[in-house]
Design a protein around this ligand. Structure first.
Ligand code: FRU
Length: 490
């Protein structure tokens, strides 16, 4: 980290990877202590590296940030600590894509570089001013143990940073972050996660005429009344009839078999004049798996609302860290509201991952890289995935209890044990269909064409495993999937 690498065009920076992206490196003057290509190639071939998901080159990934479709290209950013596989100094890494399934490393990495973001470029979003993409994020700065949040804007294609919200207003602590911007009529609006002086969580809204000068509008009144000390990564999305408020309330109250902090949502109506979220549903969990937090949404080329989650959890370490990289993003999913219900389906482009359908699914080993569809489910069942001599992941459907249970207690690599080894989802009615995406260290289960999702990490011992099902009358389809992470640093 401390050795400087000088590029041919005389740029100098302290990290090989960043220098490489900035164009040309001359490594003669330093030791590549953090990352070199050889090291990267080793990392890329490790057993749990995924084949079609976004994951960090080296280092740690957390929240998805700043996603936008612009001039035919998807820009996807994420929280990234390039130097270690634990939380530390955060950058935004940049990935581009034309189709949301093939990715390339981008060059517009956001580096902490000024006094206002010296302790990290924290989460934020992207929006357009005229035709220019603007990134907005929270600069983290801690002096003498006092945290001051700064909201900063930066054009995606330039290094100019401008401070737009200086610190936290009276009534709130330094936990004031994660700006998400959208445009409504002729105004820009921004929602931020916050902590009140009495150490309870909430969100606040700012507005701006030009996207550059921001004014505090109000704290959003909601009917959320569970314990929480801070709300992270809020998002407010306008659908035709209703609005969706997504946020991550952090609480010290520990619930059995649930994640350290919730990622959830309410459906209601944002009343701009009253500063309230009216006629709201109760708070619901957005993803019923073990790993889902700090989601981010944006509009795709067709105007679909697309969501990514961080497939990780705060204060948790994962077995992949030993290989020099850790944590990953989910697949993109499309969000819709139907009759007051949130529907989440795999992004339609994911169909392009499919290879030819396999007919004979049982009594053979499959590479951990497939999509599997179970249809016409009529009875209870037990499905074992990632199964070999000494481990398996169990997914059980109990028809009478209307319950789906994911149990990772029989896997060899155990982690996050403080939060339990099972997750349950209580179905609205019966189970008809499951669509399951397996990558080398992840599983995403879509239930009944969008009713719910369960996303989880899993660290199997072997790269190929069997699948067993104790029920004969279910229609099963299996598609092996292609590898799309073929470019450098992905
Ligand atoms: C959520 C979060 C955000 C913050 C970021 C820092 O996971 O804590 O509130 O901006 O991560 O990496």
């Amino acid at each position: 980290m401390n050795s400087a690498y000088t590029s041919e065009n005389n740029k100098s920076c302290d990290n090989f990877f960043l220098c490489y992206l900035k164009g040309g490196i001359d490594t003669t003057g330093g030791t590549m202590d953090i990352l070199n290509l050889e090291k990267y190639n080793q990392l890329k071939n490790t057993q749990w590296r995924n084949a079609y998901h976004i994951q960090p080159p080296p280092g740690l990934l957390n929240d998805p940030n700043g996603m936008i479709y612009h001039d035919g290209v998807y820009h996807i950013f994420y929280q990234w600590h390039p130097f270690e596989t634990r939380h530390g100094l955060k950058y935004w890494n940049h990935v581009t894509s034309k189709d949301l399934i093939h990715f390339e490393q981008g060059s517009q990495i956001v580096e902490p570089s000024i006094q206002y973001d010296k302790d990290g470029a924290y989460s934020g979003s992207a929006y357009r001013i005229d035709d220019e993409v603007m990134l907005i994020y929270t600069g983290n700065s801690v002096n003498d143990n006092v945290r001051t949040p700064y909201q900063i804007i930066k054009p995606m294609n330039s290094d100019d940073k401008t401070l737009v919200v200086d610190g936290n207003p009276e009534g709130y602590t330094g936990h004031y972050r994660d700006p998400k911007v959208w445009k409504e009529d002729d105004m820009y609006l921004m929602i931020l996660g916050a902590q009140r002086d009495d150490l309870t969580g909430c969100v606040v809204v700012y507005e701006s005429k030009d996207g550059l000068k921001w004014d505090f509008k109000h704290e959003l009144k909601t009917n959320y009344n569970e314990d929480s000390f801070m709300w992270e990564c809020p998002d407010l999305i306008k659908f035709e009839e209703d609005d969706l408020l997504i946020f991550c309330p952090q609480s010290t109250i520990k619930k059995e078999n649930s994640n350290i902090y919730d990622l959830g949502y309410m459906i209601g109506h944002y009343n701009k004049n009253q500063g309230s979220f009216d006629d709201a549903s109760k708070f619901k969990i957005l993803d019923h798996g073990f790993e889902s937090y700090a989601s981010h949404t944006f509009e795709d080329e067709h105007g679909n609302r697309v969501l990514y989650v961080w497939m990780g959890a705060a204060d948790t370490s994962y077995p992949d860290a030993k290989d020099g990289w850790t944590q990953m993003l989910s697949l993109p999913r499309v969000l819709e509201l139907e009759n007051g219900h949130l529907i989440q389906t795999p992004h339609p482009h994911l169909k392009d991952l499919r290879l030819e359908k396999e007919i004979d699914v049982f009594n053979k080993k499959h590479q951990n890289q497939y999509e599997r569809i179970l249809e016409d489910i009529k009875d209870s069942f037990e499905l074992e995935l990632f199964k070999n001599e000494d481990e398996s992941l169990l997914l059980t459907y109990d028809k009478d209890a209307k319950k789906l249970t994911l149990d990772r207690s029989k896997m060899k690599h155990q982690f996050a044990l403080d939060y339990g080894v099972i997750r349950e989802y209580n179905l609205k009615d019966s189970l008809n269909k499951l669509q399951i995406y397996v990558d080398h260290s992840s599983i995403e289960i879509f239930i009944n064409d969008g009713e719910a999702v369960m996303s989880s990490r899993i660290f199997p011992n072997q790269k190929e495993n069997e699948i067993t099902l104790n029920q004969k009358n279910i229609i099963i389809t299996l598609y092996p999937l292609i590898t799309t992470n073929t470019k450098d640093f992905l």
